[in-house]
Design a protein around this ligand. Structure first.
Ligand SMILES: Cc1cc2nc3c(=O)[nH]c(=O)nc-3n(C[C@H](O)[C@H](O)[C@H](O)COP(=O)(O)OP(=O)(O)OC[C@H]3O[C@@H](n4cnc5c(N)ncnc54)[C@H](O)[C@@H]3O)c2cc1C
Length: 428
């Protein structure tokens, strides 16, 4: 990426119609929408690389996501974002596998009521039927339901406590990255609905593949990395060391905390905390590609998977990559290793701990009442996008970018380009 290094401190440059602050997926997507409409854009990013929270590191031939996002094959925004045509998703096995307090593992959430009945589990058949009804509901109907904390709503739906505690609670905690389920019940219902309508999936090659596709398909020089923005106004952006930029409009795409520092009118939300732990196994670990949830509240793990079974590009031949997520601070390494030994029913003594990534402010919380379409237009000339304006997911970040670009183009008086019908991304 181009980094501008030689501007004098008080030099004022006019580079483009629009300056976007932040090259996470929302800033990069907004750049694409605006450029597609004929507007010139510069994206200023403080880090050395674009991508924001969707970052992937590497060690010994392994690709290690910093944050281990779970996307869904039914996310519609990737297909509506120019630049993501080449995105390939690697899906998990259908549904999820849940490790219960009794030590038994069961598959849940795959829509196969007939099979569940045949296997003799009435609970599973009931759950499948309830999820099937939710999947069939139009989004407006879900959004018209009463809004409460997700846990309160979950307990009031007449499902047996063993289904609530043994399946739905760990599933929703994972989908929402919220172990206490304080999230709005409407957001939770939509997350469940998305889960049932598609398959959980990860970008092939690592989370960073998604912003990389976006960044590489922008005109060369659009993204300037290593540039920290200090203040914004509708027609002027000032930076720490790279001078000032005049423009016609500014889009803030920095994430919630930085956005509220640059625009003090924006409130700082609460955040959820996430730790992602990567282990390498000395020999391949056979695995069917399931996401395995730990439903035993005595242990700190939320979910784990043999990531290299889902996406083989993430590990060198002959070894497996096991990726585990905790909704909280990093637990002692011994605790994690001994729990993983139980979950995978194998010794973990020879596993190598490759990385522990702790993100205290991973995603903004979405307590009730939560507006999934929070305003993206502050005033004519100043817009804000990112996962704090929508749902706190990649889908939400991309959607907010499209909304912000649409509002900006309307203020410019530019007719909106027709949005392509969403074709879902390629699934390997
Ligand atoms: C641990 C974790 C787990 C997650 N799990 C999931 C999941 O399972 N499913 C899912 O869909 N999503 C998940 N997410 C959320 C998803 O990663 C985010 O919603 C999405 O990446 C947000 O993109 P963004 O563009 O809004 O913000 P960001 O990616 O945060 O981008 C903001 C950019 O702005 C830059 N910036 C900030 N301040 C300045 C400044 N002053 N000047 C210049 N640049 C600046 C930053 O460096 C950054 O690059 C997870 C996130 C985390 C952290």
């Amino acid at each position: 990426m181009l980094s501008s290094t030689h501007h004098a401190a008080h030099h004022t440059a006019q580079l483009a119609d629009v300056v976007i602050v932040g090259a996470g997926v929302s800033g990069l997507a907004a750049a694409h929408h605006l450029i597609a409409a004929g507007v010139t854009v510069t994206v200023l990013e403080t880090a050395d690389d674009p991508g924001g929270r969707m970052a992937t590191g590497s060690a010994d031939g392994f690709r290690l996501d910093r944050i281990g996002q779970l996307l869904n094959t039914s996310y519609t925004e990737p297909a509506r974002t120019p630049g993501l045509e080449g995105l390939t998703l690697r899906p998990f096995a259908a549904g999820v596998l849940v490790h219960g307090v009794d030590g038994k593992q069961q598959r849940a959430g795959a829509l196969t009521p007939a099979r569940a009945l045949a296997s003799g589990s009435l609970d599973q058949a009931r759950l499948s039927a309830a999820l099937g009804r939710l999947a069939a509901l139009p989004e407006e109907r879900v959004l018209a339901r009463p809004e409460r904390p997700a846990l309160t709503a979950l307990r009031s739906r007449g499902l047996p406590p063993r289904t609530v505690n043994g399946v739905l609670r760990p599933l929703l905690s994972t989908l929402l990255r919220d172990p206490d389920l304080t999230t709005s019940s409407r957001v939770a219902d939509l997350a469940l609905r998305t889960f049932v309508r598609g398959r959980l999936a990860v970008p092939e090659g690592g989370a960073a593949a998604l912003p990389r596709l976006l960044a590489e398909s922008l005109p060369p020089g659009t993204v300037r990395t290593g540039v920290r923005v200090r203040s914004v106004a509708t027609s002027l952006v000032t930076t720490e060391e790279h001078g000032d930029f005049r423009c016609r409009s500014v889009v803030l795409a920095t994430g919630a905390r930085a956005a509220s520092e640059l625009l003090p009118g924006l409130r700082v939300p609460r955040f959820h905390e996430v730790t992602v732990i990567h282990h390498a196994t000395p020999a391949p670990l056979p695995w069917d590609g399931s996401l395995l949830l730990d439903a035993d509240p005595k242990w700190p793990l939320a979910h784990t998977t043999v990531m290299s079974a889902v996406d083989p590009s993430r590990a060198p031949a002959g070894r497996s990559l096991v990726t585990t997520t905790v909704h909280g601070p990093p637990p002692p390494a011994r605790t994690v290793a001994s729990r993983l030994a139980r979950l995978y029913d194998t010794s973990t003594r020879d596993w190598d701990l490759l990385a522990v990534h702790h993100t205290p402010e991973a995603v903004p919380a979405m307590p009730p009442p939560y507006d999934l379409r929070r305003p993206v237009r502050v005033l004519a000339g100043l817009y804000v996008c990112g996962d704090h304006r929508d749902s706190n997911t990649v889908q939400g970040a991309l959607h907010s970018a499209r909304r912000a670009a649409t509002a900006l183009l309307r203020d410019f008086g530019i007719p909106l380009p027709a949005t392509p019908e969403p074709a879902l991304p390629a699934v390997a």
